[in-house]
Design a protein around this ligand. Structure first.
Ligand SMILES: Cc1ncc(C[n+]2csc(CCOP(=O)(O)OP(=O)(O)O)c2C)c(N)n1
Length: 260
């Protein structure tokens, strides 16, 4: 029987929201991996945080659940420790994991927990109508920063490299093919895999044009085994060009292997 990962739930994202592109990318990623027998669907666990991104769990016919806001990562780490056979993924927001629950994502990277985190990075707390998060740019105007944010934004890829993540990538949600392929590589990776998915919020922070102009594939000669090269890419200011692809990948024992 053909795999159907859709549910009967009505999609309540704003029409045109790039979260739908992330949903399609993930469904395709999983469908292909099940087809090639790389993955058994009952061995997949997909958790989600709280926010617009978190609704993805309603639209996936797989083992899913929502954590508390910012707390999905420790739960997923526990799931993987309890049953290392599972493929464990988490969907999180920049508010969820880089504001509310920051320490969890850093510690999971430090430990090299064998889970994949897909960050729906729209640079705002979208569900609560567009407040500044730690990834919002200087000048971002929202409910909590009516005169514009004065804080320099954090770079999730830079923070993940500094925290010890063994797989760090960035994609643009509108490139569904690349997001799908990078998600598959993340799920295949043994250890902590982090994918920063640029996901413009079309209602509260519409950056579609900004990123469409700046997103660029990593050069063909780029080698993701060079940590210094990855740091250099992650430190590039977003206002010029925004490189997408697998920035860094290395092989180290996972948390579950170390404690076994
Ligand atoms: C502990 C806690 N604090 C605040 C909230 C309110 N809240 C619900 S969704 C949300 C914003 C989520 O933003 P983000 O994680 O960036 O996800 P997005 O909606 O942008 O996808 C907030 C602040 C909450 N539910 N729990």
């Amino acid at each position: 029987m053909a795999l159907n990962l859709a549910t009967d739930n009505k999609i309540t994202w704003c029409p045109g929201c790039p979260n739908s592109q992330i949903l399609v990318a993930f469904r395709q990623a999983v469908t292909e991996m099940v087809d090639t027998k790389e993955l058994e669907i009952h061995n997949l666990v997909a958790g989600a945080g709280v926010g617009c991104h978190g609704k993805i769990s309603d639209y996936l016919r797989v083992n899913t659940f929502n954590g508390l806001h910012g707390r999905i990562i420790p739960v997923l780490t526990g799931v993987k420790v309890a049953n290392p056979k599972l493929t464990v993924v988490g969907f999180s927001g920049d508010g969820d994991s880089f504001s509310e629950g920051l320490s969890h994502v850093c510690h999971a990277a430090q430990r090299n927990s064998d889970i994949s985190i897909f960050l729906h990075n729209n640079q705002t707390f979208a569900l609560t109508t567009g407040q500044a998060t730690t990834t919002s740019p200087v000048g971002f105007k929202g409910g909590t920063t009516p005169y514009g944010s004065v804080d320099e934004p954090w770079s999730p890829t830079l923070m993940m490299l500094a925290s010890g993540a063994t797989f760090v990538a960035r994609t643009f949600a509108s490139n569904i093919q690349m997001t799908k392929e990078v998600m598959q590589e993340a799920m295949r990776h043994k250890g902590f895999a982090f994918v920063d998915i640029i996901q413009p919020c079309i209602t509260f922070f519409d950056t579609r044009e900004f990123y469409t102009k700046r997103v660029k594939d990593l050069p063909k000669t780029y080698k993701p085994d060079d940590l210094n090269a990855a740091f250099a890419i992650a430190r590039e200011p977003l206002d010029k060009k925004v490189h997408v692809g697998i920035l860094y990948r290395t092989d180290k024992p996972s948390f579950e292997e170390k404690i076994a």
